[in-house]
Design a binder for this molecule. Structure first.
Ligand SMILES: [Zn+2]
Ligand SMILES: [Zn+2]
Length: 163
Protein backbone atom coordinates (compact mmCIF):
# COMPACT_ATOMS: atom_id res chain seq x y z
CA UNK A 1 0.00 0.00 0.00
CA UNK A 2 1.04 3.59 -0.47
CA UNK A 3 1.71 5.40 2.80
CA UNK A 4 1.58 9.17 3.17
CA UNK A 5 3.43 10.80 6.02
CA UNK A 6 4.46 14.19 7.35
CA UNK A 7 6.15 15.90 10.24
CA UNK A 8 4.18 17.89 12.80
CA UNK A 9 4.89 21.33 11.28
CA UNK A 10 4.31 20.25 7.67
CA UNK A 11 7.74 21.30 6.36
CA UNK A 12 8.42 17.67 5.38
CA UNK A 13 5.89 15.49 3.58
CA UNK A 14 6.63 12.08 2.15
CA UNK A 15 5.11 8.97 0.68
CA UNK A 16 6.37 5.47 0.07
CA UNK A 17 5.26 1.99 -0.89
CA UNK A 18 5.00 -0.55 1.90
CA UNK A 19 4.24 -4.26 1.73
CA UNK A 20 4.70 -4.45 5.51
CA UNK A 21 2.60 -1.63 6.94
CA UNK A 22 1.19 -3.18 10.13
CA UNK A 23 2.38 -1.27 13.24
CA UNK A 24 2.89 -4.39 15.34
CA UNK A 25 6.41 -4.05 16.75
CA UNK A 26 7.12 -1.89 19.77
CA UNK A 27 10.76 -1.16 20.55
CA UNK A 28 11.45 -0.12 24.15
CA UNK A 29 15.17 0.67 23.71
CA UNK A 30 16.50 3.96 25.03
CA UNK A 31 17.12 5.37 21.54
CA UNK A 32 13.51 4.82 20.50
CA UNK A 33 12.20 6.07 23.82
CA UNK A 34 14.21 9.27 23.85
CA UNK A 35 14.02 10.20 20.20
CA UNK A 36 10.50 9.16 19.36
CA UNK A 37 8.66 7.05 21.90
CA UNK A 38 7.01 9.25 24.51
CA UNK A 39 4.97 6.33 25.84
CA UNK A 40 8.09 4.23 26.26
CA UNK A 41 8.42 2.68 22.81
CA UNK A 42 8.52 3.49 19.09
CA UNK A 43 7.08 1.58 16.12
CA UNK A 44 8.85 1.17 12.78
CA UNK A 45 7.13 0.02 9.60
CA UNK A 46 8.73 -1.73 6.64
CA UNK A 47 8.88 0.15 3.34
CA UNK A 48 10.71 0.19 0.03
CA UNK A 49 13.53 2.74 -0.02
CA UNK A 50 13.47 3.42 -3.75
CA UNK A 51 9.76 4.30 -3.58
CA UNK A 52 10.29 7.20 -1.18
CA UNK A 53 9.09 10.61 -2.41
CA UNK A 54 9.91 13.60 -0.23
CA UNK A 55 8.92 17.25 -0.32
CA UNK A 56 10.78 19.65 1.95
CA UNK A 57 13.93 17.55 1.91
CA UNK A 58 16.06 20.59 2.84
CA UNK A 59 14.43 20.57 6.29
CA UNK A 60 15.53 17.00 7.04
CA UNK A 61 18.36 16.41 9.50
CA UNK A 62 19.95 13.03 10.18
CA UNK A 63 21.93 11.42 12.95
CA UNK A 64 23.50 8.13 13.93
CA UNK A 65 22.59 7.13 17.46
CA UNK A 66 25.34 6.67 20.04
CA UNK A 67 25.53 3.07 21.20
CA UNK A 68 26.12 3.32 24.92
CA UNK A 69 27.75 -0.06 25.36
CA UNK A 70 30.82 0.85 23.34
CA UNK A 71 31.97 4.38 23.84
CA UNK A 72 32.07 6.52 20.71
CA UNK A 73 30.46 3.78 18.67
CA UNK A 74 27.66 4.98 16.40
CA UNK A 75 24.76 3.00 15.07
CA UNK A 76 24.97 2.17 11.38
CA UNK A 77 21.34 3.21 11.10
CA UNK A 78 20.68 6.74 9.87
CA UNK A 79 17.67 8.38 11.52
CA UNK A 80 15.94 11.26 9.76
CA UNK A 81 13.90 13.93 11.48
CA UNK A 82 12.45 17.36 10.70
CA UNK A 83 14.92 20.10 11.61
CA UNK A 84 12.04 22.55 12.15
CA UNK A 85 9.83 20.63 14.57
CA UNK A 86 11.85 17.57 15.58
CA UNK A 87 9.40 14.92 14.33
CA UNK A 88 11.13 11.55 13.84
CA UNK A 89 10.51 10.44 10.25
CA UNK A 90 12.30 7.22 9.31
CA UNK A 91 15.30 5.00 9.78
CA UNK A 92 17.53 3.77 6.96
CA UNK A 93 20.57 1.52 7.14
CA UNK A 94 23.19 1.20 4.42
CA UNK A 95 23.56 -2.49 5.28
CA UNK A 96 20.00 -3.03 3.96
CA UNK A 97 19.73 -0.13 1.50
CA UNK A 98 16.59 -1.40 -0.25
CA UNK A 99 14.59 -1.10 3.00
CA UNK A 100 13.35 1.98 4.82
CA UNK A 101 11.56 2.07 8.16
CA UNK A 102 9.19 5.00 8.63
CA UNK A 103 7.94 5.62 12.15
CA UNK A 104 4.26 4.75 12.38
CA UNK A 105 3.73 8.01 14.30
CA UNK A 106 4.71 10.06 11.21
CA UNK A 107 2.23 8.29 8.91
CA UNK A 108 -1.05 10.01 8.06
CA UNK A 109 -2.59 7.13 6.10
CA UNK A 110 -4.81 4.87 8.21
CA UNK A 111 -2.78 1.78 9.08
CA UNK A 112 -4.06 -1.76 9.61
CA UNK A 113 -4.70 -2.64 13.27
CA UNK A 114 -2.26 -5.38 14.36
CA UNK A 115 -3.90 -8.67 15.46
CA UNK A 116 -0.96 -9.27 17.79
CA UNK A 117 2.02 -7.23 18.93
CA UNK A 118 5.73 -7.97 19.30
CA UNK A 119 7.51 -6.24 22.18
CA UNK A 120 11.28 -5.94 21.76
CA UNK A 121 14.27 -4.66 23.72
CA UNK A 122 12.31 -5.10 26.94
CA UNK A 123 15.56 -5.38 28.90
CA UNK A 124 16.16 -1.71 28.04
CA UNK A 125 12.73 -0.33 28.93
CA UNK A 126 12.32 2.42 31.48
CA UNK A 127 11.12 1.23 34.90
CA UNK A 128 7.90 3.26 34.66
CA UNK A 129 6.85 1.69 31.36
CA UNK A 130 4.31 -1.09 31.84
CA UNK A 131 3.97 -2.90 28.51
CA UNK A 132 0.45 -3.95 27.71
CA UNK A 133 1.03 -7.56 26.60
CA UNK A 134 -1.83 -9.37 24.88
CA UNK A 135 -2.52 -13.11 24.83
CA UNK A 136 -0.79 -13.81 21.49
CA UNK A 137 1.91 -11.18 21.82
CA UNK A 138 5.58 -12.07 21.64
CA UNK A 139 8.18 -10.57 23.95
CA UNK A 140 11.95 -10.28 23.63
CA UNK A 141 14.59 -8.88 25.95
CA UNK A 142 16.62 -7.99 22.86
CA UNK A 143 15.95 -8.22 19.15
CA UNK A 144 13.21 -10.51 17.84
CA UNK A 145 13.73 -13.73 15.91
CA UNK A 146 11.22 -12.66 13.31
CA UNK A 147 11.89 -9.89 10.77
CA UNK A 148 9.15 -7.42 9.86
CA UNK A 149 8.55 -9.15 6.49
CA UNK A 150 8.38 -12.63 8.10
CA UNK A 151 5.81 -11.46 10.66
CA UNK A 152 3.55 -10.17 7.88
CA UNK A 153 3.98 -13.41 5.91
CA UNK A 154 3.17 -15.62 8.92
CA UNK A 155 -0.07 -13.75 9.55
CA UNK A 156 -1.02 -13.43 5.88
CA UNK A 157 -0.85 -9.65 6.08
CA UNK A 158 1.77 -8.93 3.43
CA UNK A 159 0.38 -6.29 1.12
CA UNK A 160 0.22 -7.18 -2.59
CA UNK A 161 1.62 -5.27 -5.52
CA UNK A 162 -1.58 -3.36 -6.15
CA UNK A 163 0.10 0.02 -6.26
ZN1 LIG B 1 8.45 19.68 10.84
ZN1 LIG C 1 14.57 0.88 19.60
Amino acid sequence: MRLEGSCHCGAVRFSLTSRHPVPYQRCYCSICRKTQGGGGYAINLGGEADSLDVSGRSHIRTFHAVMHEEEDARSEAERSFCGQCGTALWLWDKRWPELIHPFASAIDTELPVPPETTHIMLASKANWVEPSIGKNDKTFDGYPEEAIAAWHQRLGLEDGDDD
